[in-house]
Design a protein around this ligand. Structure first.
Ligand code: NOJ
Length: 525
C-alpha cells in the first residue's frame, strides 16, 4: 500500500483522487484519547506505546489519520489540557523517543498523526506562569491576563458558576482563566506569547507531526471590556460572543503561515466552539486561516431526520461559498457518546455511522464509537473529571477477558457492555458495527464520489434522509431511514449496495426498498 492507501477503483481519469487532493480532505480522522486507549506498561493509564501496539487494528479499520488528545507534560488537572511543557511528553504517556517511534510507525503505514495543541491557556505549573505570578515586573509578568479587579462578569467553563477571574495571593491580583483555576489564560496580546507559542508548533513540525487539533482556538483573542450578555444558554457552555473578535483571525493567519512554511500539507483543525455556523465558517478565512474547523452541530441535535437534514443543508450552505471543507463529528471526549444521546439503539448508531462517513467533508471518529459504545456508569467514588465527562472517556475494552486488555485495571471503569462490546468479540462477528465502520472506511477509499463527490440532498419531509454523491459519471445514493416503516427509493431497484447497516445476507436492492431503521449506500442500476 502506498502512502495514500489503495488507489481509487474508479476508472475515469478526471476523478479527484486521494493522491491529488490534500490528505486532510480525503482522510477519516480517528480521535485517540490516550489515557483510555491502550496501556503498554500496565499502570492503568494508556500511553504512546499502547497506541503504537494497536496500529495494526487502526490500519485494519482503515483510518487515514490519528488525532491524539494532549500528551504533553501536565499535572493533569484537566487530563492534559493543562500543559506545563508544550515540548515534552508527560511521563505517564512515555517519552519523546516514544513519540518519534509512533510518528515513524504511523508514517510507515501511511497514517498521518496530529497532536492536540492548547494555545489559550497553560497549566498553573508551566514555568511561564510560575514566573509570571512572582511579581508585576518579572520578564513574564505580561504573559498572562492580570488585573487588579475582575475586568468583566465572565464565568469559567467546566465548573459552572465560578468567576473566570481568579485571585492570586502571590501577585496580589486576579488572573483570567476561562476553564479551571489551574488553567490560566495566556495573553496573546503580548507578541512574545504569540512567538513562543508558534515555536511550540515548530518543535513538533520539525519532528514530522502532520498537523494539530487546536483547542478552543477561537478564544485566543478577547475583548475584556465586554460583559457577558445575560443568556443562560451561552453561559452554560462558556462560549460567548465576546470570544469571537477580529484579532483572533490575524493570529490564526500567523499560525497558518507557520504550518504552510513546512513541506507536506501540515494541517490544522480548530476547535471553534461557536454553534453559529456563519461565525464558525469565518475561521477558515480566505484559505489562509484554519484548514478545517470542527462543526459540532450534531452534538446538540436530537435523532430526528428533519432536524439533521436541515442542519446538514445549512452547514454546507455556509461553508460552500468560501470553498471551506466541512467536518463532521458525532462524539468526542467532552460529551456523552452519540449512541447514548440518540436513544441507545444499535440501529441508530449504525445509521449515524453511515451518515458521518458519507457526508461531504472530513469525518472525525472518536475511539470506541466503532464498537457502538455508550458511556460508562461512573460511581461517585471513581469520579475524576471536574467537568463531569468521565463516562465518555471509559477505557477501550480490547477483549472479552475480565480485564479487557488492561491487566492491572484502568483509571476509569469500563462500559457495562464490555463483555460483548469489545474489539476481540466484534472482530469475530462479521455483521458487527465494527465491521460496518470498516466497510464504510474502505468504501470511502475505493470510491471517489464518497470522499470528494458533489453533494445533493433530496427534498423530503419524512423520516428518511436521502442524498447523492457524484463524481464524473458515478453517483452513490445514501439512504438513511430513521423511520419505523420501509421506504421505496426511486431509481434504486436493481442497484448494487456498497455498504449497509443490515446483516450481509439481507443485502439486496431488487425492489429498491430500504427497510425501517436502516441505511444503505448504493450505486443505482
Ligand atoms: C476543550 C477540550 O476539548 C476540553 O476537554 C478541555 O477541557 C477544554 N478545551 C479546555 O482546554
Amino acid at each position: 500500500m502506498d502512502e495514500n492507501g489503495p488507489p481509487d477503483t474508479t476508472s475515469t481519469q478526471t476523478l479527484p483522487s486521494r493522491q491529488t487532493l490534500p490528505w486532510w480532505q480525503t482522510a477519516v480522522v480517528y480521535q485517540i484519547y490516550p489515557r483510555s486507549f491502550a496501556d503498554s506498561n500496565f499502570d492503568g493509564v494508556g500511553d504512546l506505546e499502547g497506541v503504537r501496539s494497536r496500529l495494526d487494528y487502526l490500519q485494519w479499520l482503515g483510518v487515514d489519520a490519528i488525532w491524539l488528545s494532549p500528551v504533553f507534560r501536565s499535572p493533569m488537572a484537566d487530563f492534559g489540557y493543562d500543559v506545563s511543557d508544550f515540548c515534552d511528553i508527560d511521563p505517564v504517556f512515555g517519552s519523546i523517543a516514544d513519540m518519534d517511534a509512533l510518528i515513524a510507525d504511523c508514517h510507515g503505514r501511511g497514517i498521518k498523526l496530529m497532536l492536540d495543541w492548547v494555545p489559550n491557556h497553560t497549566s498553573i505549573e508551566h514555568p511561564w506562569f510560575i514566573e509570571s505570578r512572582t511579581d508585576r515586573t518579572n520578564p513574564k509578568a505580561d504573559w498572562y491576563v492580570w488585573r487588579d479587579q475582575p475586568a468583566n462578569n465572565w464565568l469559567a467553563s467546566l465548573n459552572t458558576g465560578q468567576s473566570a477571574w481568579q485571585w492570586d495571593d502571590a501577585r496580589g491580583q486576579y488572573y483570567l482563566r476561562l476553564f479551571l483555576q489551574q488553567q490560566p489564560d495566556l495573553d496573546w496580546d503580548n507578541p512574545d506569547v504569540e512567538a513562543a507559542m508558534l515555536d511550540t508548533l515548530r518543535f513538533w513540525l520539525d519532528r514530522g507531526i502532520d498537523g494539530f487539533r487546536m483547542d478552543v482556538i477561537h478564544l485566543i483573542g478577547k475583548e475584556l471590556d465586554r460583559n457577558d450578555p445575560d443568556s443562560a444558554a451561552v453561559k452554560q457552555h462558556g462560549h460567548v460572543p465576546y470570544n469571537d473578535v477580529p484579532v483572533t483571525h490575524e493570529r490564526i493567519r500567523a499560525i497558518r503561515r507557520t504550518l504552510d512554511s513546512y513541506d507536506g500539507d501540515r494541517a490544522s483543525v480548530g476547535e471553534v466552539y461557536l454553534l453559529d455556523e456563519a461565525k464558525m465558517a469565518e475561521y477558515y478565512g480566505d484559505h489562509d486561516e484554519l484548514h478545517l474547523s470542527f462543526n459540532f452541530s450534531f452534538l446538540w441535535l436530537p435523532w430526528n431526520a428533519s432536524k439533521l437534514r436541515a442542519k446538514i443543508n445549512s452547514t454546507l450552505a455556509h461553508l460552500e461559498p468560501r470553498g471551506a471543507w466541512p467536518t463532521w463529528v458525532l462524539s468526542n471526549h467532552d460529551v456523552p457518546r452519540h449512541r447514548q444521546r440518540y436513544g441507545g439503539s444499535e440501529e441508530a448508531a449504525r445509521i449515524a455511522a453511515v451518515m458521518l462517513l458519507t457526508l461531504p467533508g472530513t469525518p472525525f471518529v472518536y475511539q470506541g464509537e466503532e464498537l457502538g459504545l455508550v458511556d460508562a456508569v461512573i460511581p461517585d467514588d471513581r469520579v475524576v473529571d471536574p467537568g463531569g465527562r468521565d463516562g465518555c472517556r471509559a477505557p477501550i475494552p480490547w477483549d472479552a477477558e475480565p480485564d479487557h486488555g488492561w491487566p492491572r485495571g484502568a483509571w476509569l471503569p469500563f462500559v457495562d457492555a464490555a463483555d460483548h462490546r469489545n474489539v476481540g468479540t466484534l472482530l469475530q462477528e462479521t455483521d458487527s458495527i465494527l465491521h460496518l465502520y470498516r466497510d464504510l472506511l474502505h468504501a470511502r477509499r475505493a470510491n471517489a464520489e464518497l470522499h470528494s463527490g458533489t453533494f445533493q440532498m433530496d427534498d423530503r419531509d419524512d423520516d428518511v434522509i436521502v442524498y447523492r454523491r457524484t463524481v464524473a459519471d458515478r453517483t452513490a445514493v445514501v439512504v438513511l431511514n430513521l423511520g419505523d416503516s420501509p421506504v421505496t427509493i426511486d431509481g434504486l431497484a436493481g442497484g448494487s449496495i456498497l455498504v449497509s447497516t443490515l446483516p450481509r445476507d439481507l443485502l439486496a436492492l431488487a425492489d429498491g426498498v430500504v427497510p425501517a431503521n436502516s441505511a444503505i449506500v448504493a450505486h443505482p442500476a
